[in-house]
Design a protein around this ligand. Structure first.
Ligand SMILES: Cc1cc2nc3c(=O)[nH]c(=O)nc-3n(C[C@H](O)[C@H](O)[C@H](O)COP(=O)(O)OP(=O)(O)OC[C@H]3O[C@@H](n4cnc5c(N)ncnc54)[C@H](O)[C@@H]3O)c2cc1C
Length: 422
């Protein structure tokens, strides 16, 4: 029996078989012939989305190329390509993605499947950039869907956790290639929270990191520039210092607050410019576990204050910072951003340290603020919660049942989440 594990090491799987098809007919026959199927992208999800005792597929070797539309506003791209391969190939063709998240290691299909997002008040998740899908359904047949052809399947597929079929190619909205200037600087937390509406209006992208035991943030803004291709990124969060502090906190948890104040004091201003796809991603060398909620924009500041107060009151030895971002609202049935503009608050813990108790406490804080969790990051939603939080979940469930009545694409976790669709 094969074995598989996710990036943080918190999810392991023992699939009956693993396969890396190279051609479309091979992929179709593998799907048609299996009883249970999951697809893994790059394994960066913290929830057991790729877990299976059936067939686990990887599309990393599937043949395919980028096809740019004549008007250059969209491109069909191979779904299994990691984002870094995709964005480099788009750049060679004079194109960029609208937005990207913190890293570019994910498969583009993995990112779309879970509503992965970056920051920017006018910018939706990567799922909002998907304009069409080529999908392999449970019987091995291929269907192409978009707003005109099979519109319900298209809408359901935009955030679907791989529960409807295997994305073979994705049609993405793209922009003419652009460069970004990154500026980072330390700033007082309350000053930045007060200025947040102004900051998000003035900058195409803005976010900050703040340790729960510190009151100074590292503010990061990205804005388009005409030229510039400067050196390496500022390495604050990727530094050896964070790794050493994390290992120290794992051995001496009581040191976490002092270590955080030390790391905060090491923050310094920096700027650089480069092609957008080289500015968006960072290295995340120190492995962590993560939860994240998308919270109505107006409730974001108080939710962060409450989260920080909870860590301090319970004296949890959290060694990683909160991350605070802006995401535009959307109209995707299962998107946590579909009720309007959101603030995204992420809560991390070093992967080698206990996280379950603190995550349970933080989930309650974020939920009380009206937050809905990122599907790929730690949460405890049940099928009843999904129905309560997502008014369009029954429509999504009807599509799921129609395209996969035998639930070939559901694993144990997805059966619990989507029991209403069985
Ligand atoms: C270090 C780190 C940084 C991160 N930064 C961000 C961030 O900035 N913003 C954010 O929103 N999230 C972020 N995430 C979360 C991450 O983007 C998601 O977990 C994403 O889904 C991972 O992509 P993946 O390719 O690793 O997919 P996996 O984790 O391998 O799979 C995710 C889902 O996609 C499905 N899937 C994959 N390929 C296909 C396919 N071809 N067809 C159908 N379904 C498919 C899988 O079945 C599964 O349900 C981060 C995670 C880590 C570990």
């Amino acid at each position: 029996m094969a074995s598989w594990r996710n990036w943080s090491g918190s999810v392991t799987a023992r699939p009956a078989a693993m396969a890396t098809p190279r051609t479309l007919p091979e992929l179709q026959s593998l799907v048609a012939g299996a009883t249970r199927v999951r697809v893994a992208g790059s394994g960066h999800s913290f929830m057991p989305l790729c877990e299976t005792d059936g067939l686990l597929l990887s599309l990393s070797e599937l043949e395919g190329e980028i096809e740019v539309a004549d008007d250059r506003s969209t491109a069909w791209v191979p779904a299994g390509w990691p984002i870094h391969r995709l964005t480099a190939a788009l750049w060679e063709r004079g194109l960029s993605l609208f937005n990207q998240g913190d890293i570019d290691k994910q498969a583009i299909a993995g990112a779309v499947a879970t509503g992965t997002h970056g920051t920017g008040a006018s910018l939706g998740s990567i799922s909002t950039q998907a304009a069409g899908f080529s999908l392999i359904l449970a019987d091995g047949s291929r269907v192409v869907c978009d707003t005109e052809n099979e519109p319900d399947l298209f809408q359901a597929q935009r955030v679907s956790l791989g529960a409807l079929g295997v994305m073979e190619r994705v049609k993405l909205k793209v922009l003419p290639a652009y460069r970004l200037r990154e500026s980072v600087r330390p700033a007082p937390l309350e000053e930045i929270l007060s200025a947040w509406p102004d900051l998000t209006a003035r900058h195409r992208h803005v976010e900050f990191f703040v340790f729960p035991y510190a009151d100074t943030v590292l503010l990061k803004t990205l804005d388009p520039v005409e030229s510039g291709d400067d050196g390496p990124p500022s390495a604050w969060l990727e530094s050896a210092a964070l790794q050493i502090a994390s290992d120290l906190a794992a051995t001496f948890p009581g040191l976490a607050p002092a270590l955080q104040r030390f790391l905060t004091s090491a923050m310094s201003p920096a700027t650089r410019a480069a092609p957008a796809h080289r500015i968006f991603p960072s290295e995340r060398a120190t492995r962590f576990e993560e939860m994240e909620h998308e919270i109505p924009a107006a409730a974001g500041a108080d939710a962060l204050r409450a989260g920080m107060a909870e860590v301090r009151a319970r004296r949890w030895p959290i060694i990683f910072p909160f991350e605070y971002r802006a995401v535009a609202g959307d109209d995707i049935w299962l998107s946590p951003m579909n009720a309007g503009p959101c603030v995204s608050i992420s809560f991390h813990q070093y992967a080698k340290m206990p996280w379950r108790e603190a995550f349970a406490g933080m989930e309650a804080v974020f939920a009380a603020a009206g937050g809905r969790p990122h599907w790929a990051k730690r949460h405890t939603l049940t099928s009843e919660d999904v129905l309560r939080l997502y008014p369009e979940a029954p429509r999504w469930g009807a599509v799921r049942k129609q395209v996969d009545p035998g639930a070939k694409f559901l694993n144990g976790h997805l059966r619990e989440l989507f029991a209403f669709s069985l």
